[in-house]
Design a protein around this ligand. Structure first.
Ligand SMILES: Nc1nc2c(c(=O)[nH]1)N[C@H]1C(S)=C(S)[C@@H](COP(=O)(O)O)O[C@H]1N2
Ligand SMILES: [Mo]
Length: 261
């Protein structure tokens, strides 16, 4: 991977942190915290700059759980970011009939590729968790997520031993452009117990703004890793054939692939 990059300071993140003032007011209205008031996130972003990935592993195990919160910590609304209402015809058709004939395709390096409806996913082992979403742009928001445990879903399609990464192909043409959002995580993150394919938010159906009908929750990662509007999951051994080859829409535009917090 690109581990060597992680020991260099990342001026991009610093620029993002200094541009926070304007975000504070709108974040307060939604019950979300801006990063300027969130010392822990600020510390962590700084820490990621300084530590190598190997050193980070010594202080936070890949198996450790993300912090979970209580009902009273939940923000009145989960702030939405990036694409919030995909405008392409295929997605709009699915949305118009409540995603009744939408299917999640899972293929690539698996022995049993499959197509799953939301009801199929709801019948699989699930988890509900109240967690804090941290966006690299400088805000955090606590919400309650419900979904199928990704590891359990992957067991159904039986990944081959060659599978190293899980790639999420999304429905939305980001910023109305030609490219659809895509993201990826590794197998360790995919099989983490808090990694979900979420169909529920705050005891309700996942709204379109937050990724309906299905979005990834990978709670120990920054927000951009958590693909919304997931249409297809592909297991791969490398990103070489996926768009710019860096494993994600934002990664192909300079963000780090490793976004652990
Ligand atoms: N498909 C898709 N997934 C996406 C994005 C997007 O634009 N399109 N934005 C990412 C970013 S930067 C963040 S912070 C979160 C926002 O999730 P939310 O809208 O539920 O807050 O989704 C991530 N996943
Ligand atoms: Mo984000």
């Amino acid at each position: 991977m690109r581990d060597s990059k992680l020991i260099l300071p990342d001026p991009k993140r610093r620029r993002l942190i200094t541009g926070l003032g304007a975000l504070g007011a709108s974040a307060a209205l939604t019950g979300c915290d801006s990063l300027s008031r969130n010392d822990r996130v600020q510390d962590l972003l700084g820490a990621t700059d300084r530590l190598t990935r190997a050193a980070q592993r010594l202080v936070s195990s890949r198996e450790s759980l993300a912090r979970e919160f209580g009902e009273r910590d939940i923000a009145p609304t989960m702030r939405a970011n990036g694409s919030t209402d995909p405008s392409n015809d295929d997605y709009k058709r699915h949305a118009a009939n409540g995603f009744a004939d939408w299917r999640l395709r899972i293929d690539g390096l698996v022995r049993q590729p499959g197509d799953f409806s939301i009801d199929d996913l709801k019948a699989m082992p699930s988890r509900t968790q109240i967690t804090r979403h941290d966006c690299v742009e400088g805000w955090s928001c606590i919400a309650k997520w419900t979904g199928a445990v990704l590891g359990e879903v992957l067991d159904r399609v039986r990944p081959t031993s060659a599978a190293r990464y899980v790639v999420f192909h999304c429905a939305d043409n980001i910023y109305g452009g030609p490219v659809k959002y895509y993201e990826s995580i590794d197998m360790v993150e995919a099989y983490h117990p808090q990694t979900l394919l979420a169909y529920g938010l705050n005891d309700d159906r996942l709204p379109i703004a937050n990724g309906a009908p299905l979005r990834l929750r990978a709670e120990r990662q920054l927000g951009y890793k958590m693909a919304k509007y997931v249409m297809r999951i592909e297991l791969v051994d490398s990103f070489a054939s996926i768009q710019g080859g860096n494993g994600g829409y934002w990664e192909d535009r300079g963000y780090e692939w490793w976004a652990g917090i």
